[in-house]
Design a protein around this ligand. Structure first.
Ligand code: NAD
Length: 323
């Protein structure tokens, strides 16, 4: 039986990944600062620990691990990443985790390491036009991410590839573009646009008003969690190391996204665009490389994925209100 370690297994993508690996027959160890919030972990062993502590990292990365998935990071949506208030913590926490994990994986001879980077590595200058953002993998340099979160991701990509070159560590790096789905942060200040908008609409009255940050013309694409996991697993199985985008090319303006959520909810809600942290003007995945190297494409349309996500957020919100 293959042994996998998922770091960040108490988080959104990590907890779903643990489930996927179990379905595929792996023995799985999960590690996080906290247990998954919305359903019990499926991991065979779950260790609550702080990966900033080198002793914890040395303990959880033991000999004979076939695969390590490094998803632990200090992250959140625009309200967390783009205000500047959390910059020192984001950089310090995530960089320490990656420094320890890369070193320990190399020392212990781990089979393969997956590192989750982000679309936030791409330079701001290529994402000023909401209708024509450029996020091809090779457009990342000269570097100019618009957040410290993005700079840390870029540093850590380079860190893992350095270990690959100098110690032969088998590294896989993906740049996730806005992954969403059930069981992600939706109301704790770390929620990202899809969950936040689903919550606002779910909690609005039938003919209510929702406040949306920015002018609503900023564009994004969103990838449903199951598609993300298919791509991660495909990357781990092949020869290609990346870095590669894992995202959707179904780009949509934020106000149109809100209308889609309203449509799914059956509510007739008015949009009130207000000032707030928004990030770049346009961003969408460029999937040419992943299609060429892995033959991967998303299966879920935005409407399908958002229907599942809206229903989950609405059920959570109902529980909170009635408790
Ligand atoms: P998440 O916040 O739900 O999960 C991250 C987990 O890391 C959290 O459970 C957190 O407790 C844990 N963590 C943070 N610091 C830790 C520490 N010191 N020790 C142990 N655990 C620690 O986020 P997610 O959406 O599941 O994202 C997973 C990974 O994918 C992250 O690296 C994130 O940067 C990356 N990513 C996600 C998206 C997205 O759209 N969700 C986009 C780009 C990149």
């Amino acid at each position: 039986m293959k042994r996998a370690l998922v770091l960040g297994a108490g988080g959104f993508i990590g907890s779903h990944l643990v489930k996927r690996l179990k379905q595929e027959g792996y023995w799985v160890r999960g590690v996080d600062l906290k247990n998954p919030e919305y359903s019990p972990t499926h991991a065979d062993e779950f260790i609550v620990g702080d990966l900033q502590d080198v002793m914890v990292v040395a303990k959880v990365i033991d000999l004979g691990l076939d695969e390590v998935y490094q998803l632990a990071a200090d992250m959140g949506g625009a309200g967390y990443i783009f205000t500047g208030d959390n910059d020192a913590q984001v950089m310090h926490n995530s960089a320490l985790i990656n420094l320890h994990v890369a070193h320990e994986c190399s020392k212990k001879g781990v089979g393969k390491v997956f590192y989750s980077s982000s679309a936030c590595v791409y330079p701001e200058r290529n994402q000023m036009d909401p209708n024509n953002p450029k996020c091809g993998e090779d457009s990342v340099y000269p570097a100019d991410p618009d957040s410290e979160y993005g700079w840390e991701k870029l540093f850590s990509e380079r860190l893992y590839f350095s270990f690959s070159r100098n110690t032969g560590l088998n590294v896989k790096v993906a740049r996730f573009h806005n992954i969403y789905g059930p069981e992600g942060a939706w109301n704790n200040g770390k929620e990202k646009a899809p969950a936040a908008i689903c919550r606002k609409v779910a909690e609005s009255a039938e003919n209510g008003v929702v406040d949306i940050w920015g002018d609503g013309k900023q564009t994004r694409s969103f990838l449903y969690i199951d598609d993300c996991l298919d791509a991660v697993r495909s990357l781990m199985k092949g020869e290609f190391s990346g870095p590669v985008n894992i995202g959707s090319e179904e780009m949509i303006a934020i106000n149109d996204f809100v209308k889609l959520v309203c449509d799914v909810s059956g509510k007739n809600v008015r949009i009130n665009n207000i000032e707030g942290p928004t990030g770049v003007r346009g961003r969408s995945s460029d999937n040419r490389l992943i299609e060429e190297k892995l033959g991967w494409k998303p299966n879920y349309s935005l409407r399908e994925g958002i229907t599942k996500t809206y229903n989950w957020v609405a059920s959570q919100s109902k529980k909170t209100v009635t408790v």
